[in-house]
Design a protein around this ligand. Structure first.
Ligand code: 5RP
Length: 222
């Protein structure tokens, strides 16, 4: 199977975690697009969806799924989203699609986070990134300087403005030995809105599309 077919298989398996009548959260990216397509075709009558990006909101609407504001509902029963890397503790790096801030908000507001990936995303450890960092435009050079002091190599994602009107720095070379600690340290840089490490709110379930079928990995209690 191709990587896209593995993504689609993981996305379709996520339907088992969706109950009719619920408000769900929906992430961003190509794997999540397969999930939206499967959800739209399934006929599962969810009450509505909180979208983690404008692109996701648009695609949900195309299927007639009511898109609701998180502020109106407070929480979502399940959040379904992809990832760029996932480690055995289901800590993630996200943000390849630039939607990391809204994704982290909806993940935080979810009772259950179901992450859908193809097997190429599974890693033993999160390594050295790259970690996407969303910064407000006036902080671009300042934040870059701090990230360099921290041992990183920040590269501006050219031509990208997030749905929040901000910029993305992709930071290579950071030692991610303690993902939760680094996640907090990055968030403390003035001008940083959010970063793509999801260690403080890891996934609860990982559905991995593999050549041998979709594997389900539950997060072990710590
Ligand atoms: C978007 C994300 C995506 O979930 C992540 O980049 C994976 O994307 P894809 O499903 O296209 O491989 O975090 O901000």
């Amino acid at each position: 199977m191709t990587q896209d077919e593995l993504k689609r298989a993981a996305a379709e398996a996520a339907l088992e975690h969706i109950e009719a009548g619920r408000i769900i959260g929906v992430g961003t990216g190509s794997t999540t697009r397969y999930f939206i397509d499967a959800l739209g075709r399934s006929g599962v009558g969810i009450k509505g969806a909180v979208a983690s990006s404008e692109a996701t909101a648009e695609r949900l609407r195309e299927y007639g799924v009511p898109v609701v504001e998180l502020n109106m509902v407070g929480e979502v029963a399940v959040y379904v989203d992809g990832a760029d890397k996932a480690d055995p503790q289901l800590r993630l790096i996200k943000g390849g699609g630039g939607a990391l801030t809204r994704e982290k908000i909806v993940a935080g507001a979810s009772r259950r986070f179901v992450c859908i990936v193809d097997e190429s995303k599974l890693v033993d450890n999160l390594g050295t990134g790259p970690v996407p960092v969303e910064v407000i435009p006036m902080a671009r050079e300042y934040a870059k300087g701090v990230l360099i002091e921290m041992g990183g190599k920040p590269i501006l994602r050219e031509g990208v403005t997030t749905d929040n009107g901000n910029l993305i720095l992709d930071v290579q070379g950071l030692a991610i030995s303690d993902p939760a600690e680094l996640e907090g340290a990055l968030d403390h840089i003035p001008g940083v809105v959010c970063n793509g490490l999801f260690a403080r709110r890891p996934a609860d379930v990982l559905l991995v599309g593999t050549q041998d079928g979709v594997k389900k990995i539950d997060r072990m209690p710590t």
